[in-house]
Design a binder for this molecule. Structure first.
Ligand SMILES: [Fe+2]
Ligand SMILES: [Fe+2]
Length: 210
């Protein structure tokens, strides 16, 4: 059997990144969420578009973060767990993309850049994995859950469908956080938490509009 070389791995990661940013498929799960009673008003539609674009970007970043960390960690269990989480995050990505389509909206034009930034951050986390590997996953999921609460609250009251989708995604993210806690790890330093928070705030601000 042919051994995979470093170059093969790099090519595979580039392919994966491109597939992620260009993934236009819709999750089967989307069929299970309620439809809204009425067509959204123009202003409500715009508000939902913005919120779902930010959440779609968040799922693009989750892919980048975890693929980056998995590519650089030497811990086999962490790597396995990260790939498993990536699959679940993939469904979130497809749900968010499907909803953006329904709302007649586009994903962020900067998703390629956001993916690359997240992959780099994940790679860094992978390199320091012995101490903070799972702590990084835990902090990511904690910030994501907090963000989802905020998104659900800001969605227009009339958009039950998007709210159900984000509620479902939030349940999965809570499971990811629990898994990371069970994997056992030191909490990452406060300065690292702050940097992650700052980076995500910049991304969210821009993605809200484009
Ligand atoms: Fe997710
Ligand atoms: Fe997650």
């Amino acid at each position: 059997m042919r051994n995979f070389t470093k170059l093969d791995s790099i090519i595979r990661e580039i392919e994966y990144g491109l597939e992620t940013v260009n993934d236009k498929t819709v999750s089967k799960k989307s069929e299970e969420f309620s439809q809204n009673d009425e067509i959204l008003s123009k202003s409500d539609n715009i508000q939902s578009e913005r919120i779902m674009r930010v959440n779609h970007m968040g799922e693009v970043c989750a892919q980048g973060l975890y693929r980056g960390q998995a590519a650089f960690t030497n811990d086999t269990d962490t790597k396995k767990q990260l790939y498993k989480m990536c699959q679940e995050e993939r469904e979130h990505l497809k749900i968010c993309h499907g909803r953006l389509d329904e709302l007649g909206a586009k994903a962020s034009i900067f998703n390629g850049l956001w993916y690359l930034s997240s992959f780099t951050l994940g790679a860094f986390a992978g390199l320091v994995q012995t101490k903070y590997g799972a702590g990084f996953i835990k902090e990511t999921e904690r910030q994501v859950s907090h963000h989802l609460d905020d998104s659900i609250q800001k969605l227009p009251a009339s958009d039950l469908r998007s709210r159900e989708m984000l509620g479902y995604i939030k349940e999965d993210e809570a499971k990811h956080e629990k898994t990371a806690v069970e994997m056992g790890s030191e909490d990452i330093p406060d300065a690292a938490k702050e940097s992650m928070n700052l980076l995500s705030r910049v991304m969210k601000k821009i993605t809200y509009y484009i």
